[in-house]
Design a protein around this ligand. Structure first.
Ligand SMILES: C[S@@+](CC[C@H](N)C(=O)[O-])C[C@H]1O[C@@H](n2cnc3c(N)ncnc32)[C@H](O)[C@@H]1O
Length: 233
């Protein structure tokens, strides 16, 4: 069982993406799960997947490499009676077909956006896909921090077309979703720090929190976007 320091890290996050409840409900309505199998590749703790299947006869399969996240998902699914199985596996090695698929914030598991979209085209005919894009011209500092393989939104949509997809739905995370995502990504550790000010890990945790907050507001707030696409073929 992971200790409270490990569990605290993402404890304030509903899911690991800049997404509010209303936006999530819209995306799931466009994904239109009816039954069969829904696979989530890079699912984390699978909160979106649980919601996608829990009011339908569908079965969910969550694939991720993070055992702490998978365990959180298993507990949530069991507590809510959701038919979701959590599997520790590299998403890029998962073989199979599904009636619906999700891949949100996990294109890096496949080696990048183009590779992810191409691989996912072999998995399903209807996909909820979430990926980062440059919403504004990135500075050198932003590229150094976040990498040079992030696309603009038009280039992301061209990549969808080139890999055989058509865009049924497009929406992007707004500033409040981003600010809440960034805040909640730090809040679990901050609450831990307040409760354990004398712990040997306190100093490095304070430093981690300060660095993350500075990076966000100085380097990529308003520059990094996040797109949600429901893709069909
Ligand atoms: C930004 S999180 C998004 C998680 C989830 N889709 C959500 O929206 O809450 C990215 C996830 O990808 C997972 N991941 C990274 N590399 C992976 C791989 N090779 N195979 C499977 N999962 C991977 C991470 O463990 C993490 O849970």
């Amino acid at each position: 069982m992971p200790d409270d320091f490990t569990l605290a890290r993402r404890s304030a996050m509903r899911w690991n993406a800049p997404l509010d409840e209303t936006h999530a409900a819209l995306l799931l309505s466009r994904l239109d799960v009816e039954g069969g199998t829904v696979v989530d590749l890079g699912a984390g703790w699978g909160e979106l997947l649980i919601r996608a299947v829990e009011t339908t006869p569908a079965r969910g399969l969550a694939v991720d490499t993070d055992e702490v996240a998978l365990d959180r998902g298993r507990r949530a699914a069991r507590d809510r009676g959701a038919r979701v199985e959590f599997v520790e596996q590299d998403a890029a090695t998962w073989q199979g077909r599904a009636d619906r698929a999700l891949c949100v914030g996990a294109s890096h598991a496949f080696g990048g956006t183009g590779q992810a979209l191409a691989a996912l085209a072999g998995v399903t005919d209807r996909l909820l896909y979430g990926d980062a894009f440059w919403a504004a011209e990135p500075t050198t500092a932003a590229v150094d921090l976040l990498g040079d393989d992030i696309l603009t939104l038009p280039a992301l949509l061209e990549t969808c077309r080139a890999t055989g997809w058509r865009v049924l739905h497009l929406s992007t995370a707004d500033q409040r979703e981003w600010d809440d995502f960034e805040s909640t990504s730090r809040a679990g550790r901050l609450e831990w720090l307040l409760a354990h000010p004398d712990d040997p890990r306190a100093a490095e945790t304070r430093e981690w929190l300060d660095t993350r907050e500075r990076e966000y507001v100085t380097t990529y707030r308003g520059v990094l976007g996040f797109a949600y696409l429901v893709l069909v073929k």
